[in-house]
Design a protein around this ligand. Sequence first.
Ligand SMILES: [Zn+2]
Length: 255
Amino acid sequence: MKNLIKKIVLTVGGNLGSISNGIHILNSHYIGKNDLPKEIFHDLLFKLSKQADFICIEDAVNTIKEKTHQNQKLIAFTFDDGFEECYTKIAPVLSDFNTNAAFFINPGFIDGNENYYQNFTKNIVHINKPPMTWEMIQELHQKGFVIGNHTMDHVRLVGLKNDELDYQIIAAKKRIEEKISTDCNFFAWTYGRNSDIDQTALKYCLANHQFVFGGDNYTHYYSFKNDRVINRRHVEGNWPISHIKYFLSKKKVYS
Ligand SMILES: [Zn+2]
């Protein structure tokens, strides 16, 4: 019953509301929990493209910094955890709409053996989807997608010692850079809420990356540390357009 009411509020609210001006940085993981066709994501972007413009993630972060976004509705995309469908389905659809995304990946997931895979999918991300291979990631990078760091093993960045932070943040960044032969300047912390990262870990992230992404309060977008820490709005690729419009009609306040 509660879910039904929530659904009605979202649908009615979404149909009435319109996407608010400003930059919306979306954070997703996949099209859906099940193996869904890419047409579902294509259909969503088609509907969104009637109401907003898509912007490359690098342009989005620079525009937030320059504060030149007040009168436009702009959407940029990011995907966490580096599942294979980012390569097989999501990236081709984004290319159809002439935009890109940042894909935040976990090198440990890509390099891991069968035991690692079982533990990662069952106990950490709770979904049985394979990761992209390094070859897929290299190809996406060459096509203009941004490859970002999401820690080595998808750990929660709270209470870790320096050697653990070195491994999870810096060694992961180096592994990505070794594979794509480019600086890895984007980082997204795992689980996304502000309570999922402590000050020491955030300092590590900022010392080693240009931009650091979370995903906390959907009613306010915000940025801090000189627009280098940026909040994102969670959606997935199979959500109804009315729900997404409802969330994107909320006010955004970047610092
Ligand atoms: Zn994640």
